[in-house]
Ligand binder design. Structure first.
Ligand SMILES: NC(=O)c1ccc[n+]([C@@H]2O[C@H](COP(=O)([O-])OP(=O)(O)OC[C@H]3O[C@@H](n4cnc5c(N)ncnc54)[C@H](O)[C@@H]3O)[C@@H](O)[C@H]2O)c1
Length: 308
């Protein structure tokens, strides 16, 4: 039997995730949203693309959680963007309410699933999903680091005019402002980028990576990035479904690792059939550790607002 992946939220990130997953024939996909017609329409449209793609993945759109029953993985992309006049805390509280509705249904219909959270603010929503679900921490994972490191890779490959396949980039910490790129662990064909790119250029690339989301929003004006975010979520789905034991930077619930306790923070993890199979602790310089602590403090503030 094919694996089953539910994607909650049939917006830009959700529908595009369905596209990548189905095109790669990783699983059957259920696309669910509160808006009537949108998941059904997008689901059918995608299904009709499969003969061209040569994929037998079955895709269906729905408004009913009954159709999501017994999913192996649930990717949560539901949320609303910040609207004019809305404070950050208003957004946090609204998306937390959405998370309550969604996670309640995930637990009810897919009690053995692995949850990948994409909705923002990422680390806080991952923590909300973890607390609301009661799942063990290996089964609730936040997506941010894979996207941030993909952006870092893109810019490094451009800078050196080399294949993106030669580049391995590593980032830790929270999504966006509090991201902690690790240039000394980022390599091109095994060579640390610190030996290939001079310091000021590297700093500019790091800053562009930090602002990666904002750069896209500036172009799009309404809405935010979705091709790279959904490709990143798909890489996590694939690592789990194929039990690849792939080391990827993900938001994970730390219980003492890196000296952080009881918070979702972006760290390298091993993703396999059980979800997070290992949290990998690497030695950090005092500067890098300070960056990670700053990220953790930002998450702590947000989770304090919603009390999770
Ligand atoms: N973690 C990351 O790196 C990253 C990257 C990009 C986007 N995001 C976040 O992902 C989320 C989705 O982004 P998008 O561009 O797809 O937004 P979008 O507005 O296109 O889609 C969101 C969808 O969620 C649906 N929704 C709202 N409440 C729901 C509920 N209770 N149940 C089911 N569906 C519900 C909406 O109807 C909408 O279709 C946002 O929170 C965004 O900030 C995170």
């Amino acid at each position: 039997m094919r694996k089953k992946v539910t994607i909650v939220g049939a917006g830009n990130v959700g529908a595009t995730s369905a596209h990548w997953i189905a095109a790669a024939e990783l699983a059957d996909v259920v696309l669910i949203d509160v808006v009537e017609g949108i998941p059904q329409g997008k689901g059918l449209d995608l299904l009709e693309a499969m003969p061209v793609e040569g994929s037998d993945s079955f895709i269906v759109g729905t408004n009913s959680y009954a159709e999501t029953a017994n999913s192996d993985i649930v990717v949560i992309t539901a949320g609303i963007p910040r609207k004019p006049g809305m404070s950050r805390d208003d957004l946090l509280n609204t998306n937390y309410k959405i998370m309550q509705d969604v996670v309640g249904n995930v637990v009810k219909y897919s009690p053995n699933s692995i949850i990948i959270v994409v909705s923002n603010p990422l680390d806080a929503m991952a923590q909300a999903a973890y607390k609301l679900s009661g799942f063990s921490r290996n089964r609730v994972i936040g997506m941010a680091g894979v996207l941030d490191s993909a952006r870092f890779c893109t810019f490094i490959a451009q800078e050196l005019n080399v294949s993106v396949e030669n580049v391995t980039a590593f980032v830790l910490g929270g999504h966006g402002d509090t991201m902690v790129p690790l240039p000394r662990y980022s390599t091109v064909a095994g060579i640390p980028i610190t030996e290939l790119i001079e310091k000021s250029r590297l700093e500019a690339i790091v800053q562009r990576t930090r602002d990666g989301g904002a750069e896209i929003v500036k172009y799009l004006k309404t809405g935010s990035a979705y091709y790279a975010p959904s490709a990143a979520a798909t890489e996590m789905v694939e690592a789990i479904l194929k039990d690849k034991k792939k080391i990827l930077p993900c938001a994970a619930y730390l219980q003492g690792e890196y000296g952080i306790n009881g918070l979702y923070v972006g760290v390298p993890v091993k993703l396999g059939a059980k979800g997070i199979e290992q949290i990998i602790e690497i030695k950090l310089t005092p500067e890098e550790k300070a960056g990670l602590d700053k990220s953790a403090a930002a998450v702590k503030e947000l989770v304090g607002v919603i009390g999770v």
